[in-house]
Design a protein around this ligand. Structure first.
Ligand code: NDP
Length: 282
């Protein structure tokens, strides 16, 4: 039996990855924040799913989960840790409350590293672990390499995750624990519905008001037209099982407009395209 921990298994990518990995022979420990979500997912996915109850910003609760996993897997070790839990904070940087930016980093970066540090011994990052080294799969985003306006907090956290993943991968060569990054474009998950919660009223006194209302409509549309979540699950499975995984898997719905142009056009050319699309002009 191969054991894997996935954070944020209550919905979206985390939930589907749990379903997919169980279908492919794994036992999944999935983190949720509400006991009711744990019970629901276990009822849906069966006994190869074990819920863990923690918020990634709660170090003590993560410790408890590590102990729980250790008791269950004994000396087998973890084959993988999928750092998936995340939130998307949006808003114009000029007016953004700094606490919103801090919260974005608390979850997407500091929480992620805390979870990683605490599970690393079970992944084999110790001398003579007695089992094959596991792998860490970090769910980044196209926003880890491209920063769209009003997605600054989210893009900053994912850019930071990209750097952290590169450094960690090189550090963990000492133990053979690999680090792989998945970079999806838009994926059809509830994260986009949560964009509905972007409180445009917060910025109603600013010149960005109407642009943000337009952005909100773009978000909702992105949620409906993103790639199916199973494509991400397949990439996570490949990252965990391929003999020689790539360091990064890009999953853009439209390779040209969703990846190649934003990455390789000169910055100012791309600025103009984005500004025209969102109506940002003087
Ligand atoms: P969802 O909103 O559907 O799922 C997010 C998951 O993270 C939920 O299980 C949520 O739990 C959990 N979570 C949020 N905050 C915390 C926290 N503080 N501690 C523990 N768990 C938490 O979104 P997605 O499935 O779309 O997103 C998953 C990952 O994929 C994120 O890292 C996101 O950035 C990334 N991604 C998503 C894309 C997309 O288009 N959907 C594109 C690129 C990357 P709860 O239900 O309790 O809130």
């Amino acid at each position: 039996m191969k054991y894997v921990v996935i954070t944020g298994a209550s919905s979206g990518i985390g939930y589907d990855a749990a379903r997919y990995l169980i279908e492919h022979g794994f036992h999944v420990f999935g983190s949720v924040r509400k006991p009711a979500d744990g019970a629901r997912v276990q009822a849906e996915l069966g006994e190869q799913f074990t819920p863990l109850l923690f918020d990634v910003t709660d170090g003590a609760a993560i410790e408890t989960a590590v102990t729980q996993v250790k008791e269950k897997i004994g000396s087998s070790g973890l084959a993988g840790l999928v750092n998936n839990a995340g939130i998307a904070v949006a808003g114009p940087l000029m007016h953004l409350p700094l606490d919103d930016l801090r919260q974005q980093f608390e979850v997407n970066l500091f929480g992620l590293l805390d979870v990683t540090q605490k599970f690393l011994p079970l992944l084999g990052a110790v001398p003579n672990p007695g089992h094959a080294p596991g792998r860490i799969v970090n769910i980044s985003s196209v926003s880890g390499r491209v920063a769209y306006p009003f997605m600054g907090p989210y893009a900053a956290s994912k850019h930071a995750l990209e750097a952290l993943s590169d450094a960690l991968r090189r550090e963990l060569l000492l133990f053979g624990v690999d680090v792989v990054v998945i970079e999806p474009g838009s994926v059809r998950t509830p994260i986009w519905d949560k964009a509905q919660e972007l409180d445009v009223a917060l910025y109603s006194h600013t010149p960005y008001k109407s642009i943000l209302e337009g952005m909100k409509r773009v978000f909702v549309n992105r949620g409906q037209t993103g790639i199916p979540v199973e494509k991400v699950s397949q990439a996570i499975y490949t990252a965990l099982t391929a003999a020689k995984p790539k360091t990064r898997y890009v999953l853009a719905r439209k390779l040209l407009t969703g990846w190649l142009l934003p990455r390789y056009l000169p910055d100012r050319r791309f600025d103009k395209i984005v500004a025209k699309r969102l109506g940002i002009s003087q």
